[in-house]
Design a binder for this molecule. Structure first.
Ligand SMILES: [Zn+2]
Length: 482
């Protein structure tokens, strides 16, 4: 007699997330989990999906995001769901929305990337989790605790110095509270004003506390230009002394004179990986995006304005153009636009490809939501890796591309039973057309939905069907099981 399961996906090509070659088969989903993979005879689905000529894979894990606030404010998460993403990792680059309570001092850069003062309203991580669970988003999320957030609060905005012992104690206490309530580790953003004055010893003391509780350390390096190699060494030292795994965020080298230096950084990382756990994430573009910092203009070939509080009419325009229009220098124009966000065209395609193909590299969008004119990575990262870099450029086989978004990421972050398509795993799934999948968002129209992603399932519930969003919001907080 035929047994009924919740969902049966038929006639697909299965890429299971481990890096193993694709094979044909069916996938049965029942009670939130994968009930069977391969031959599903004797099973019928309450809901059946015909996936002929399509690929079925584990849902993608976006391991580098700044989605802390948007998960609460816009829980449909359409920009990610339509890319096949089923889990995001928030709290990167040293900025997390919690635990933090603003004071009567100005929030340092880069904290405004996540929200205004009144939007930082979660003094403890458990407050944030309560808000998340009271109105869950469409996809799963895991959270890092941000060093910049912690130190801005502990030092009451007086961040241009190293922290005193009592301030380090306070930060450690917050890390404990966060990890005990489900955070997966510590992030830092040492390039930013909020973190730059922190000596290695300060970060190590915090990383050690995270490590003691089973967390990991993800870092936006102190310098991604001429100081790249020294910064990689610093991150590795923090990992060794803190006794915890390290993830080098959005690995790249910026500034034309430094192009090509990823050859050296990757060799260095390979050597480090022989004796400690270290991985990378990267996004598939030659432009970065963050706060507009006039002192950093020289690293970029060109700068595109994403937002400006004082001159919103300049959104989507190039700085060169704006400076010309105003008849002033680019530095002066940048100062006039502050506070603002910008896209920096500062990388070389060769470096981007070298990092993407490296065995230790996972895919993370680094997308920054909440502006009218975001970097296109927010809407396009995953289909771009699949459609452009794998299919069109031939940078790596589809199986490798998918491993970098699923199995590898789940393993590095300690997400047990996710990131792989096998019996018993949790049913986070994407079904896409390998011949049409592609990003459509670009630097002139950055909020375009990608093509070719057909079905997305989160925790066994369909959130995208035939390219159309359902109303389901089955997302959960995912913890690290090291
Ligand atoms: Zn960053």
């Amino acid at each position: 007699m035929n047994r009924k399961v919740d969902i049966l996906i038929k006639d697909a090509k299965i890429i299971d997330g481990t890096g193993r070659r694709a094979y044909r088969g069916n996938v049965a989903i029942d009670k939130g989990c994968i009930a069977r993979v391969g031959n599903t005879s004797q099973l019928t689905g309450n809901h059946q999906i015909n996936a002929k000529n399509k690929i079925i894979t584990p849902g993608f894990i976006d391991c580098h995001t700044h989605d802390d606030r948007v998960l609460l404010d816009d829980p449909d998460m359409t920009n990610k769901i339509t890319q096949g993403v089923t889990t995001v990792i928030a709290g990167n680059c040293g900025i997390s929305l919690s635990p933090f309570l603003p004071g009567d001092w100005e929030m340092p850069i880069p904290m405004p990337l996540l929200g205004k003062k009144n939007q930082y309203c979660f003094p403890s991580f458990s407050d944030y989790i309560r808000a998340f669970n009271s109105s869950p988003p469409a996809l799963n999320a895991a959270f890092l605790c941000g060093h910049n957030t912690l130190r801005a609060e502990a030092m009451k905005g007086d961040i241009d110095r190293c922290a005193e012992q009592n301030e380090i104690d306070q930060m450690q206490e917050k890390i404990r509270e966060s990890i005990l309530h489900g955070a997966i580790g510590l992030s830092s953003g040492l390039m930013y004003p909020a973190g730059f004055a922190a000596p290695t010893s300060e970060v190590t003391a915090l990383a050690a506390e995270a490590g003691r509780l089973g967390g990991l350390y993800a870092t936006h390096l102190r310098n991604e230009a001429e100081g790249l190699i020294k910064s990689v060494e610093e991150a590795a030292e923090i990992g060794r002394k803190g006794n915890l795994p390290v993830i080098l965020s959005h690995h790249k080298v910026t500034g034309r004179p430094n192009w090509g230096d990823t050859k050296i950084s990757l060799r260095k990382i390979e050597r480090l990986a022989e004796s400690q756990t270290i991985h990378l994430d990267a996004y598939p573009y030659t432009a970065s995006a963050t706060a507009l910092m006039p002192e950093r203009l020289q690293i970029a070939e060109e700068i595109l304005i994403v937002s400006s509080e004082k001159h919103p009419e300049k959104t989507g325009k190039y700085l060169t153009e704006i400076a010309k229009e105003w008849g002033i220098s680019k530095i002066k124009a940048a100062q006039k636009l502050l506070p603002a966000q910008a896209i920096y065209f500062a990388m070389d395609e060769g470096d981007v490809r070298r990092v993407l193909t490296h065995d230790l590299t996972m895919i993370g969008s680094d997308g920054i939501p909440g502006t009218k004119f975001p970097h296109p990575r927010l809407w396009g990262t995953f289909p771009r890796v699949l459609g452009y870099y794998s299919r069109e450029v031939g940078l790596f086989p589809l199986e490798t591309a998918i491993h970098k978004m699923t199995g590898l990421t789940a393993k590095v972050f300690g997400f047990r039973n996710r990131g792989v398509l096998r019996k018993g795993a949790i049913a986070d799934i994407a079904v896409f057309d390998p011949t049409t999948v592609i990003d459509r968002a670009d630097f002139s129209a950055p909020k375009q939905r990608s093509a070719g992603i057909d079905h997305v399932i989160v925790n066994g519930e369909i959130v995208l069907e035939n390219g159309i969003r359902t109303s389901a919001r089955p997302g959960r907080v995912i913890e690290r099981e090291a």
